[in-house]
Design a protein around this ligand. Sequence first.
Ligand SMILES: C[S@@+](CC[C@H](N)C(=O)[O-])C[C@H]1O[C@@H](n2cnc3c(N)ncnc32)[C@H](O)[C@@H]1O
Length: 296
Amino acid sequence: MNKKTHRSLSRPLKMVQSILDFNLEKEINKKIKINKQISILDIGCGVGRSLWELSSIFSNGDPDLQLQGIFYSEKPNKQSAFFSNQIKYVEILKDPLLIAKEFKIKYKNKVIPKLFNTNACKRLPIKSDSVDIIYSTNAFHFFDHKIKAIEEMSRILKVGGMAIINIDRTDDGFWSDKLHFPRLHIYSKNKIIDAKKILQNKSGDDFTIFIKKINSHATGKDAYVLKITKHQKGTLRFPELSFDKNKSFSFDNIRFSDKNYKDIPEYKKFIATGITIKKKFNREDFGGYLSSYKLK
Ligand SMILES: C[S@@+](CC[C@H](N)C(=O)[O-])C[C@H]1O[C@@H](n2cnc3c(N)ncnc32)[C@H](O)[C@@H]1O
């Protein structure tokens, strides 16, 4: 089939770095000077284009470079709106060189990125304390159990390693300015708690948590980037938060262009959260997944 990959699955490295407001290449260069083995993981990697670009820049045999990516896709289903993506994922798992060829990246003698189809919100098939750099763009807002994903990232990071994650797409002017993480809903007795504070409170001797607001063209204005640096072996834990399955749901079914959108169960659930939005709905849909947690 080999249809061209949709651009939302294959942002180039340059754009990935701009979304993260972070120079990954420079960071990798720093790590290369001190480590013999470097392991890099893109979470929600799409087809892994930026990993191929990193391979092209850094794989010269020394140090030992490992490039991994995680995506999450169901078996191809013709009824699904994501059918062409699902097919693409099957193709790239069969032929890992396909993306290098499609984007004209030289692959001879280069490290081949290893991609997995797995949910980033479950235990990852990656050893604890083994990854130097985790990065993620335009993916976190799709995750169902976002806190579990953060815990997993912290587990697999090496001491001295860092994760840099573009947290949300803000849909220009849609969400209230007060919401730092619109799709990570934490509440206590019907009151919305600032997710940014909950995360930042975890900063300490073992991990540093840094959250920064950036103005990124690629994601809409005012996207947030979360940076986790690991200083000691271990895993970040959030025992004070319990995942509320009943209040968590995908936004995919809410179509504001439908006359009866107010009757859709997910819309009713959304309104019940008390999350405020700035403008009238003016988009076909706004995608992603609302992860709700009760603060104990
Ligand atoms: C819009 S694409 C972004 C791709 C790439 N990061 C980029 O910026 O071009 C979103 C990616 O997140 C992945 N994804 C969504 N939910 C996921 C989950 N729960 N676990 C792992 N990956 C997930 C999708 O499979 C897809 O690869």
